[in-house]
Design a protein around this ligand. Structure first.
Ligand SMILES: *Cc1c(COP(=O)(O)O)cnc(C)c1O
Length: 346
């Protein structure tokens, strides 16, 4: 199988498993797991932030950040295609009592002027804005990197209004590799950020929430509230340390494989391909093909892809490259897609 549904489908490599087996561990709820501490220190250092917290998932990291930054009854500004808004089961309402105020971005990013319009003035019958969230790379927008000047302007504006900022940087290392800008520069100025180990970095589990020291102290309490306190978590933290050492620069191969796919099918008559920057390729189909149908036919021939934005758009397919797909497999995917798209839909 060539599994391009997501970069979450990767399996730990032999060397990663060996690192996990060797890990020094302790009870992390007592603060005694040396491997977790090392991973948290490394993450904080990489992001240029005071401290970091190891959590089971990216969703938990985002939701802890929202809980720590906001008060119930506030609004948070998010992009309308963002992960926080669309695929985190309304957790912000359930756990933090806040409402989203969605801004429609272009290719996943919005401007400081749009934020200015969305920020609520201080009027007693309006919900105060409690947080501004950005997402880079932007998953639903096809792995796009937020333009640095937009990020800086928004951080400056939010700062001037006393509103904190959080970055959903699930794939921040894809942004680092694509732009050649170190992650710590891409996240400079945010009050908090999170990144996933379980996506392109190839770990089985885990995300890191990074921020100031008192924010991370609060975050540790909220993590426990959500049932996210883990015991000998060094076993999985060791995979994270391994990945940060060995699986960051190789993301360039995933981007190259995505480029191979995007350019390989760009000239086909029945499709248009979104601009590809990182490891996500979004394909728009013409009238003859629907995404679920094409995905089924590809699946029967050993290539797995997902209809993008489940349920909302039957004309869009997403393919994500990662460390378990090779260049040869991408070429085979291009050949197969070319055949399928040249043949009439059934
Ligand atoms: C995957 C993802 C998350 C959530 O991570 P999980 O570990 O799946 O909970 C958050 N934001 C973005 C942009 C993601 O792609």
């Amino acid at each position: 199988m060539i599994d391009l549904r997501s970069d979450t489908v990767t399996r730990p490599t032999e060397d990663m498993r060996a690192a996990m087996a060797r890990a020094d561990v302790g009870d992390d709820v007592y603060g005694e797991d040396p491997t977790v501490r090392e991973l948290e220190d490394r993450a904080a250092e990489l992001m240029g932030m005071d401290a970091a917290l190891f959590v089971p998932s990216g969703t938990m990291a985002n939701q802890i950040a929202i809980a720590c930054h906001t008060q119930p009854g506030q609004e948070i500004i998010v992009e309308s295609g963002s992960h926080i808004l669309n695929v985190e089961v309304a957790a912000m309402a359930r756990f933090s009592g806040v409402m989203p105020r969605a801004i429609a971005g272009q290719e996943g990013s919005f401007t400081a002027e749009q934020v200015e319009t969305a920020l609520r003035p201080d009027v007693y019958y309006l919900a105060p804005t409690g947080l501004v969230c950005l997402e880079s790379t932007h998953n639903a927008a096809g792995g796009r990197v937020w333009p640095g000047d937009r990020v800086r302007e928004i951080i400056e504006l939010a700062g001037a209004k006393g509103v904190p900022t959080h970055l959903d940087g699930a794939r921040i290392f894809n942004a680092q590799v694509a732009t050649g800008t170190p992650a710590r520069e891409l996240v400079a100025g945010f009050d908090s950020m999170m990144f996933c180990l379980s996506k392109g970095l190839g770990c089985p589990i885990g995300s890191l929430l990074c921020g100031g020291s008192s924010f991370i102290e609060d975050a540790r309490r909220v993590r426990k509230t959500l049932g996210g306190g883990m015991r000998q978590a060094g076993i999985v933290a060791a995979a994270g340390l391994y990945a940060l050492e060995h699986h960051v620069d190789r993301l360039a191969e995933d981007h190259e494989n995505a480029r191979l796919l995007a350019t390989g099918i760009a000239e086909l008559p029945a499709v248009s391909v979104w601009p590809q920057e990182t490891n996500i390729v979004v394909i728009e189909l013409d009238g003859l093909h629907t995404a679920p149908d094409l995905c089924r036919r590809l699946g029967e021939q050993g290539v797995l892809a997902s209809p993008a934005a489940a349920g909302t758009d039957r004309r869009r397919i997403r393919m994500v490259t990662h460390l378990d797909v090779s260049r040869a497999e991408m070429m085979r995917t291009v050949d197969l897609l070319s055949q399928e798209l040249r043949s009439p839909a059934v």
